[in-house]
Design a protein around this ligand. Structure first.
Ligand code: GDP
Length: 296
C-alpha cells in the first residue's frame, strides 16, 4: 500500500537531509518535489496546492531553518500536515447512540465493495457486542441479495429475507420492523450501486434515508479509482449528507490520491479502510498512522 508514494517521499527527504546548511531555496525545491509526488499519486490539485502552501508557511516563516535539525523539522511539518489533511485528531467512531434499531446505510458505486464492507462491519459490530441484522436492499444486481446471504451464513450473522421484486424502501422498512421485533439493535443496509451516478438511484437512496433516518450514511469508495472518487463522494454527499467514508482496496496498489483527498475536499471523515477481501480486513481509520505509513 502506498509503496510508490513512500519511496518518492523518501527520495525527496533524503535529498533534503543531505544538504549542508538548509536554505529557504532548498525547502522551496523540496516542496516543489513534494507537490509533484502528490500530483502523481493522484491527489486533488487544490488539496496539493493548499498542502504545499501550509508546509511552506510553517517551514520558512518560523525559526525552523535556524534550528539544529532543520531537515528533520521540515519533514515533521510535512508529516503533521499530511495527518491534518486526513483528519487527524477527529473522532471517527461510529455514532450509534440512538434508540435501537439503529440503521447504518452503505452506499456507493457498483463494485466499490459495499456488500463486502457490510459483512465486515457486521462482524466488527458483533465483536462490540451489538446484534446486527444485514439487510440486502439491492434488487437490481442479480445475485446481490444472495451474495449478502452467503456472507451472513459464513459469519453466522442473520440476513433479512428481502424479496427480489420488492421496493427497496419497503424492504428497509420491513427489516426495521423485523429488527424491532426480533431483538436486533443495528441494521446494516446494503444499497444498490450503479456504474455511474444516476438520478433514479439517488432518488431511491434519498427515499431510504427519509424512511429510516440512518444514524450513519457511509459512502464506500474504491481507493483504486483515484481522485475521481472525490467527485463521486461529493455528489452523493450533496444528496444524502454523508456521515463518513469507507475507503476500500487500500491493500492494492492504490496510488493514495483518494485517501489523501477525500477528507480535505468533502469535509467528511474516512471512518474505516478496507484492506482485503477477507471479512476481518477492515480497520478503523487513523490519520496519524496513515501519515506515518506513507512517510515511512
Ligand atoms: P459492491 O458492488 O459495491 O457491493 O462490491 P462488492 O462488495 O461485491 O466488492 C467488489 C469486489 O471487490 C469483490 O471482489 C470484493 O471481494 C472486492 N473487495 C471489496 N473490498 C475489498 C478490499 O478492501 N480489498 C480488496 N482487495 N478487495 C475488496
Amino acid at each position: 500500500m502506498f509503496d510508490q508514494l513512500s519511496d518518492k517521499f523518501d527520495a525527496v527527504f533524503k535529498k533534503l537531509r543531505g544538504q549542508g546548511r538548509l536554505t529557504e531555496a532548498h525547502v522551496t525545491e523540496a516542496l516543489r518535489e513534494v507537490r509533484l509526488v502528490l500530483l502523481e499519486a493522484d491527489v486533488n490539485f487544490k488539496v496539493v496546492k493548499d498542502f504545499v502552501a501550509a508546509v511552506q508557511q510553517r517551514a520558512v516563516g518560523s525559526d525552523v531553518l535556524k534550528s539544529l535539525t532543520p531537515a528533520q523539522q521540515v519533514i515533521k511539518i510535512v508529516r503533521d500536515e499530511l495527518g491534518r489533511l486526513m483528519g487527524e485528531g477527529e473522532d471517527n467512531a461510529l455514532d450509534l447512540a440512538a434508540s435501537p434499531p439503529v440503521a447504518i446505510m452503505l452506499c456507493g458505486l457498483q463494485g466499490a465493495g459495499k456488500t463486502t464492507s457490510c459483512g465486515k462491519l457486521a462482524l466488527r459490530l458483533r465483536k462490540d457486542k451489538r446484534q446486527p441484522l444485514l439487510v440486502p436492499a439491492d434488487v437490481y444486481r442479480p445475485a446481490a441479495i444472495e451474495q449478502l446471504k452467503t456472507l451472513g451464513r459464513q459469519l453466522d450473522i442473520p440476513v433479512f429475507d428481502s424479496a427480489a421484486d420488492a421496493d427497496p424502501v419497503d424492504i428497509c422498512r420491513q427489516a426495521q420492523d423485523y429488527a424491532r421485533n426480533h431483538g436486533f439493535d443495528t441494521l446494516i443496509l446494503d444499497t444498490a450501486g450503479r456504474l455511474h451516478i444516476d438520478d433514479t438511484l439517488m432518488d431511491e437512496l434519498v427515499r431510504i434515508r427519509m424512511a429510516l433516518s440512518p444514524r450513519e450514511i457511509l459512502f464506500v469508495a474504491d481507493a483504486m479509482t483515484g481522485q475521481d472518487v472525490v467527485n463521486v463522494v461529493e455528489q452523493f454527499d450533496a444528496r444524502l449528507d454523508l456521515s463518513g467514508v469507507i475507503l476500500t482496496k487500500l491493500d492494492g496498489d492504490a496510488r493514495g490520491g483518494a485517501a489523501l483527498s477525500v477528507r480535505a475536499v468533502t469535509g467528511k471523515p474516512i471512518k474505516f479502510v478496507g484492506l482485503g477481501e477477507k471479512m476481518d480486513a477492515l480497520e478503523v481509520f487513523h490519520a496519524d498512522r496513515m501519515a506515518q505509513r506513507i512517510l515511512g
